[in-house]
Design a protein around this ligand. Structure first.
Ligand SMILES: [Fe+2]
Length: 284
């Protein structure tokens, strides 16, 4: 059975797009000619975004007490990278937080996996500078977004045919449907007007050496994804046959010890992430 991207997106009809205000704000943040006032103005018309940045700017983490009362002040306190992460996270959280039975993932597991991959990818990419590190974080957050559209199809599909037993889950998706969750997720990101580096990272997060100019970011997401699988986080059906691309380690200039070190650091971070995962993103 070959399913087109159009049919898949149609079948995943309950997936809302990224809200318009969020899309506009993300576009403005990427434009070097935009000032903070313009970004704040777009965000201020959206109640969810307004309450989100005010709550984070006034949170204990930023340590300045309850003194931030406008979106513009909040954007200044948080910085554009954090604001961008919050907008992306809040846009996808509501549907990443639900169960994904097609991949045998419980409620919250895909979300927890996404936040973990994002955090590890940022750690790995930080050696290339802050900008790349933030891009890796966003890529990690969204890399498996295609699974949400796919999982409806996977629920009723038997995957135990003998000829499929040695395939990775990505290969199985292709064998069964003619498209994999990486390609599908990239198409969804393109439709949401997300930047090229994110589209490319999502498309190649299982094959980073093919990501061209974005290969380092895709490699950071890929290795972090593998590390999360090794930590047993968000495995589901998909983690059973994960193929780590050795080229990714070369792109990041790390060896297997570097991966072990990452796994140790991520295990500590995952505990600290619980409050982030438990955050009520839909609160208005
Ligand atoms: Fe994936």
């Amino acid at each position: 059975m070959v399913i087109t991207v159009e049919q898949l997106i149609k079948r995943a009809g309950e997936l809302p797009p990224i809200p318009q205000a969020a899309q506009k704000a993300l576009l403005l943040i990427r434009n070097p000619d935009t000032n903070i006032g313009e970004i704040a103005e777009v965000m201020a018309v959206d109640q969810v975004l307004t309450s989100l940045v005010l709550r984070w700017a006034n949170s204990a983490y930023y340590g300045i007490g309850n003194h931030v009362s406008t979106v513009q002040q909040a954007v200044m306190v948080l910085g554009l990278n954090t604001v961008q992460s919050l907008i992306l996270a809040s846009s996808v959280a509501s549907y990443m937080d639900r169960p994904v039975p097609g991949y045998e993932l419980e409620r919250g597991e895909l979300w927890k996996h996404a936040i973990g991959v994002a955090t590890g990818a940022r750690m790995l990419a930080s050696r290339f500078g802050r900008q790349i590190a933030e891009e890796a974080y966003h890529g990690g957050l969204l890399c498996d977004i295609g699974k949400l559209a796919f999982e409806i199809l996977l629920r009723n599909v038997s995957v135990d045919r003998p000829e499929w037993k040695d395939l990775t889950f990505l290969e199985l998706e292709r064998a069964k449907f003619g498209i994999d969750h990486a390609t599908l997720g990239a198409e969804m990101a393109r439709r949401w007007n997300l930047p090229d580096n994110l589209v490319s990272t999502i498309a190649f997060h299982h094959t980073p050496s093919k990501a061209g100019e974005h290969a380092k970011i895709a490699a950071a997401v890929h290795v972090s994804d593998a590390a999360m699988m090794m930590l047993g986080q968000g495995i589901g059906k998909d983690g059973l046959q994960y193929k780590l691309e050795t080229e990714a380690l070369k792109l990041l200039n790390i060896n297997e010890n570097g991966v072990s070190d990452l796994i140790e650091r991520m295990a500590i971070q995952i505990k600290e992430l619980e409050s982030f995962i438990g955050f009520d993103w839909k609160s208005r």
